[in-house]
Design a protein around this ligand. Structure first.
Ligand SMILES: [Zn+2]
Length: 300
């Protein structure tokens, strides 16, 4: 069975009409429950990451300002989420959830966090709905806890994984691959180990070919002992913030492509959900559920 990490507080209250689809975390839990993948009361829940744990990936002053509710207005504006205690707690839970999923992947071969993928948070602060970079916090804590193997981050969210690229820019043991829409946020891109910038309205065929080729190149170049996969569904053709034209069938094919390639390479895989934007959070949660279905199939 696929180990799934979840916490009810992944969903923090926001004012009605906020542009971030926070309720998708609750709807995703329900969608996974309906599929029998996440049994209420029996899932693995993380404890909030400590300030010291988060500060392995981010400036300690920034971490303290998040935890103490002292972020500057400019920092809050860049993040796009309120500087509330619930949002800070959610960021800590999401980071430790990805760390827990990583250890579960190392033990079981594959595991998933039902949140995470906050890839715009960089060394000095958050941005683009991302407070703490959960994958970066997980990697730095794996290191602190003794895991020395090489790591590959496959970021297929439609936005570039700029924060992750900046955090690991000087770290040769972590290879960052980002496959994203060229004209999407962030306007100023970072330099990943391998960036694939796709033109607007790229469809299934070209998208899957570009992802498959770059993933093969990244796997060969990095020879990883662990892979993180940011499975953002904002590549879908109807996404509010995406610029690509990947169909539902194309999205499912992507999840299979990534999972099967990493499994074929014999490398443990940890999945985080990444972005996805829709005025209908139930429909959005169904798209996020696909990667869990495909991971469960692979784990069986
Ligand atoms: Zn995104």
């Amino acid at each position: 069975m696929l180990p799934i990490v979840h916490h009810p507080d992944y969903q923090a209250p926001l004012r009605p009409g906020h542009s971030f689809p926070m309720s998708k975390y609750g709807y995703l839990r329900d969608a996974l429950s309906r599929r029998g993948l996440l049994v209420p009361g029996r899932y693995l829940a993380p404890a909030p990451a400590t300030a010291a744990q988060v500060a392995l990936a981010h400036d300690a002053g920034y971490v303290a300002r998040v935890l103490d509710g002292r972020l500057a207005p400019e920092e809050v504006r860049r993040i796009g989420l309120p500087a509330s205690e619930a949002v800070a707690r959610r960021a800590r839970l999401s980071a430790s959830g990805t760390l827990l999923a990583a250890w579960l992947a190392l033990e079981h071969g594959i595991a998933a966090n039902s949140a995470g993928g906050s890839h715009h948070a960089g060394p000095d602060g958050g941005a683009g709905y991302c407070v703490f970079n959960d994958v970066a916090v997980a990697i730095r804590n794996l290191r602190a806890q003794g895991f020395a193997g090489r790591i590959l981050v496959i970021d297929a969210d439609v936005h570039q994984g700029d924060g992750t690229a900046r955090i690991f820019g000087g770290d040769a043991s972590v290879f960052c691959l980002s496959v994203h829409a060229a004209k999407n946020f962030p306007a100023r891109k970072a330099c990943s180990d391998l960036d694939v910038a796709l033109p607007d309205r790229t469809g299934d065929g070209d998208y899957l070919a570009a992802l498959g080729a770059s993933m093969a190149q990244a796997l060969a170049a990095s020879a990883p002992a662990l892979v993180f996969y940011n499975a953002g569904v904002d590549v879908w053709e109807g996404d509010r913030l995406g610029r690509l034209a990947v169909s539902m069938a194309g999205l499912r094919a992507r999840e299979r492509l990534v999972i099967d390639a990493v499994r074929a390479a014999g490398v443990p895989l940890v999945i985080v959900i990444g972005g996805g934007y829709d005025s209908d959070p139930m429909r959005l949660a169904e798209r996020h559920a696909m990667v869990f279905e495909e991971a469960a199939r692979a784990a069986a």
